[in-house]
Design a protein around this ligand. Structure first.
Ligand SMILES: [Mg+2]
Length: 164
């Protein structure tokens, strides 16, 4: 991890934790995505790649923006019709996914395959974020967390290929 974090990075990491998502949870998703391709893959390696993705400003910006909308929707503070669209996670909305793509994009096109797969399977923390009975609104966060995992997986895959 970098030794010096600025305000944006500190806040983005803090908000993730406050919304119930740890770096460890995201590393588990990376492990889930990559274990079949790298037989000696360790959780440590997954963690390291998640940390590198979280260190990127465009990722921090997406985290802050997405969580802000989730929190305001949860408090009923958005204006109609956006309030009900985000609160109910309306399937045709799609802006949550577009925001997540800004993260997936960073490490090239294989990120999209990982993202699509994990979004369908919804393992680990993604099952929790998609549980509508929690009373929480994670319309943006589920896509962001999936995207961070997909980006970290791409990073890991590219680097593994370069060393093999
Ligand atoms: Mg969503």
């Amino acid at each position: 991890m970098k030794d010096k974090m600025d305000e944006v990075e500190i806040r983005a990491r803090q908000w993730l934790i406050e919304r119930g998502v740890t770096v460890d949870d995201i590393a588990d998703l990376v492990f889930f995505l990559q274990k079949k391709y790298h037989k000696n893959l360790t959780k440590e390696e997954c963690l390291k790649n998640v940390e590198r993705v979280l260190a990127k400003r465009e990722v921090q910006n997406a985290i802050l923006t997405g969580i802000q909308f989730d929190v305001l929707a949860e408090k009923g503070m958005l204006e109609a019709p956006l309030q009900s669209i985000i609160e109910t996670d309306e399937s045709l909305y799609g802006v949550d996914e577009v925001l997540a793509f800004s993260i997936v994009n960073i490490y090239g096109s294989i990120g999209f395959t990982n993202y699509g797969y994990i979004d369908k399977e919804k393992p680990g923390i993604l099952a929790y974020l998609n549980d509508k009975s929690s009373g929480k609104c994670h319309t943006f966060l589920d896509d962001i967390v999936g995207a961070i995992a997909a980006a970290a997986s791409s990073r890991l895959a590219h680097r593994a290929r370069n060393t093999e």
